[in-house]
Design a protein around this ligand. Structure first.
Ligand code: FAD
Length: 462
């Protein structure tokens, strides 16, 4: 077979009025889809690489799991999605969607009109978005990007993208782009907890990335680690079939430890102190359980196995950096960018703001500060985190800060910031989730905000 050659992408002619760049987008999940739309709207020439055979990324549910249940073997065949069968959104649909393509139940694609729908509805929404904005014509499916590197001898403004066919592993011609936008998602590479004594503990371990259904846990004693959304969902998913469920959480402040109300077989504990050869799992308060399984709902690592930046961008203790405002590495801006790194956020609206910013910067319509100023800004941000005692691994955790960040992005783009009703609805949902963890998806008190949302949506729904 002839060795792969190199294809240089040049923007189509005639050039649009603004400078048109050739841009490779990696991934056709929600981030890649909105990035592609915004880049094309700005006049850029876009190629989206997607290793799967459809759009939607995380939202493409599969019953398949990986051969290594903890996801530690770097050579394992990767299953991208971490969705479990019972998953319903943890945000109301009004908050979740893109601004001009609201996530309302539509007769042409909707299959689950609930306010907090099951995962299949989100996939239908993203497919509808891709169809209505003709995104698929920019996507190369079954194409895994295996290497993104600076073009040798270039001035750091061109990238060589190497890809292969997912179906048969055939390496394809390298392609050259002016810019690369990384949208590969960050819920695929498990970050299990480190547990003292684990090497001799006889039970099974699994990361939530490989959790799909409760049936395999029938009659078992399960220790589940974590307190974020998937830990809460999965513990409730398995409780009806498991013999016992013991949930270990890092910060028990404010939580009621011990037997959980409403359950005959669920206990809340502080973190695991150690595990032992006889199967015992001992918690830091001295309580213990003899468990069959430890289920790590402990989050994910940022992972860019294809990215070669000569050490300019690194992942250190789950900080991707240095990045100006979570998007541009100062030394490579604007030719390399990342969408969707912040977590504990409403993802899609934020992807949209980031995409518009990147697209506008690439065309020269929006100016970035100098490299020196971006470095200074980024270093100041990291210094603030350090002073506040926030570990590096929380660099991209935003929570309430997302609103200020989104509005800052909107300002850069010269567009309105996050809708007030959306912000209020986010907080109303958080409050409701805390007060009614079992039923918040079906009982709420923010109907006034829902009415405001639909008034707002009327601009975009015919
Ligand atoms: P992804 O959806 O992960 O897409 C990345 C894409 O990149 C994939 O299609 C993948 O195949 C592709 N890719 C990766 N590497 C390569 C490569 N080398 N070459 C080519 N293609 C590649 N968000 C909400 O708004 N509401 C919720 O209720 C919600 N619940 C969630 C529950 C779970 C369990 C999880 C894991 C996430 C949840 N999210 C939720 C967040 C969700 O991740 C975002 O909504 C969003 O889908 C992320 O989109 P993305 O494009 O950044 O990443």
């Amino acid at each position: 077979m002839a060795p792969p050659t190199m294809v240089v992408h040049t923007p189509p002619k005639p050039l649009p009025p603004s400078p048109c760049r050739s841009v490779a987008v990696i991934g056709a999940g929600a981030a890649g889809l909105i990035a592609a739309r915004e880049l094309r709207r700005e006049g850029h020439h876009v190629v989206v690489y997607e290793r799967g055979n459809q759009v939607g990324g995380t939202w493409v549910y599969t019953p398949e799991t990986e051969s290594d249940p903890l996801g530690q073997n770097p050579t394992r065949p990767v299953v991208h999605s971490s969705l479990y069968r019972s998953l319903r959104t943890n945000l109301p649909r009004e908050v979740m969607g893109f601004r001009d393509y609201p996530f309302v139940a539509r007769s042409d694609w909707s299959i689950d009109p609930r306010r907090f729908p099951g995962h299949a509805e989100v996939l239908e929404y993203l497919k509808g978005f891709a169809r209505d904005f003709a995104i698929e014509e920019m996507v190369r499916f079954d194409r895994e990007v295996v290497k993104v590197g600076l073009l040798k001898g270039g001035d750091r403004s061109q990238w060589r993208v190497k890809s292969r066919k997912t179906t048969n592993g055939t390496c394809l011609d390298d392609e050259v782009f002016d810019a690369v936008v990384v949208c590969n998602g960050h819920y695929t590479e498990p970050r299990p907890a480190e547990i003292s004594g684990i090497s001799t503990w006889p039970g099974k371990q699994i990361h939530s990335h490989n959790y799909r259904t409760p049936e395999p846990f029938k009659g078992q004693i399960v220790v589940l680690i974590g307190s974020e959304a998937s830990a809460v969902d999965i513990s409730r998913d398995i409780a009806p079939v498991a013999k016992e469920v013991h949930v270990a959480i890092r910060t028990p402040k404010g939580a009621t430890l011990g037997k959980q109300p409403g359950y005959s077989n669920m206990w809340l504990h502080p973190m695991i102190a150690s595990v032992h050869e006889d199967g015992a799992v001992v918690f830091t308060d001295g309580t213990s359980a003899w468990a069959d399984v430890i289920l790590h709902c402990t989050g994910y690592k940022y992972h860019f196995p294809f990215l070669e930046t000569e050490g300019i961008v690194r992942v250190e203790d789950n900080r991707v950096g240095p990045l100006y405002r979570h998007v541009f590495p100062p030394a490579l801006a604007p030719w390399l960018s990342f969408i969707g790194l912040p977590w504990k956020v409403v993802p899609l609206p934020q992807f949209e703001f980031q995409s518009k910013w990147i697209a506008g910067v690439l065309s020269g319509r929006i100016a970035l500060p100098s490299e020196k100023d971006m470095i200074e800004d980024t270093e100041n941000f990291y210094a603030q985190l350090k002073t506040a005692g926030i570990p590096m691994r929380y660099t991209h955790k935003q929570s309430e800060e997302q609103f200020e960040y989104n509005n800052w992005l909107a300002d850069q783009c010269g567009i309105p910031g996050m809708e007030d009703w959306k912000t209020e609805m986010y907080f109303a949902t958080s409050k409701n989730r805390k007060a009614r963890p079992e039923t918040y998806r079906d009982t709420w008190e923010d109907d006034d905000l829902v009415s405001q949302a639909y008034k707002d949506f009327a601009r975009f729904i015919s």
